[in-house]
Design a binder for this molecule. Structure first.
Ligand code: MF3
Ligand code: CO
Length: 248
């Protein structure tokens, strides 16, 4: 069942979204060669706590940290680790959620560590732009498949591939609610989105083939071919006439 949020719930989701966005900014500003992903996790944890919120991911299905920190060929759900230290030329996707008065924000960005090569730069840009393609014309009454189709078409037109195993989702009191929001599919398919529903749209884009592998930790998801991947996500409120992005 796709939940329709009340005005009171939307107001709390706006605050959760703002804290989530600001956490990404604080973590992003700390990204440089020599920093470990564990240190970035601590920065996120401390910032979220300072805002009277709690990290949505910590202990979610047993997840051990406040952020997912996914370097280079790790697509998503990289577990922060003091032995994973950033170096010049890496890319890192940070995914974070903040829960405020019972409501969750969820967002992700991919950052460059110093100078990166042109094709990897394009990967990050295309991933980000695929989100904005996905929300074009999005408003009350649209189909989930309209988003999926737009994201997939844009990514593939640019020569990259879309991950199938993981998808976007409704978000609210629960981090993951209905509906699932795949980044591939047909326009006009799937459930309809009505005003005041809130979803996380999160393209995961591989430079090479779409295939993924999961590591024995049960979380870390990597590209099978070892090429880099990028991730971009926002929490989005559907309105009568369009959308309001709660984590921008
Ligand atoms: N944005 C990610 C997702 O929606 C965050 C989940 S990580 C988890 O899947 F650890 F909380 F599961
Ligand atoms: Co998400």
């Amino acid at each position: 069942m796709i939940k329709i949020k009340s005005q009171e719930e939307i107001e709390l989701m706006r605050i959760a979204g703002r804290i989530t966005r600001d956490t990404l900014k604080v973590v992003g500003d700390s990204i440089k060669a020599g920093v470990s992903t564990k240190e970035l996790d601590e920065i996120a944890y401390n910032y979220i706590k300072s805002q009277d919120a709690t990290p949505s991911f910590k202990n979610y299905c047993g997840y051990p940290a406040s952020i997912c920190a996914s370097v280079n060929d790790t697509i998503v759900h990289g577990i922060p680790n003091k032995n994973i230290v950033l170096k010049e030329g890496d890319i890192i996707s940070i995914d974070v959620g903040a829960k405020y008065k019972g409501y969750n924000g969820d967002a992700a960005r991919t950052f460059a560590v110093g100078k990166i090569d042109a094709k990897t730069k394009k990967l990050i840009k295309v991933t980000e732009q695929s989100f904005f393609e996905g929300i074009k014309d999005l408003k009350s009454g649209a189909f989930v498949g309209d988003i999926s189709h737009r994201v997939q078409t844009y990514v593939e037109k640019n020569g990259f591939s879309v991950v199938r195993e993981l998808v976007g989702h409704g978000v609210g009191k629960q981090l993951h609610e209905d509906p699932m929001v795949p980044n591939y599919g047909k326009a006009g398919s799937g459930p309809r989105l009505n005003a005041n529903c809130i979803i996380a749209i999160e393209p995961m884009v591989n430079m090479g083939e779409k295939n993924v592998v999961f590591m024995p930790d049960g979380w870390t998801c990597k590209t099978k071919d070892g090429l880099p991947a990028a991730h971009y996500e926002n929490t989005v409120l559907i309105t009568e006439n369009g959308v309001e992005i709660l984590t921008l």
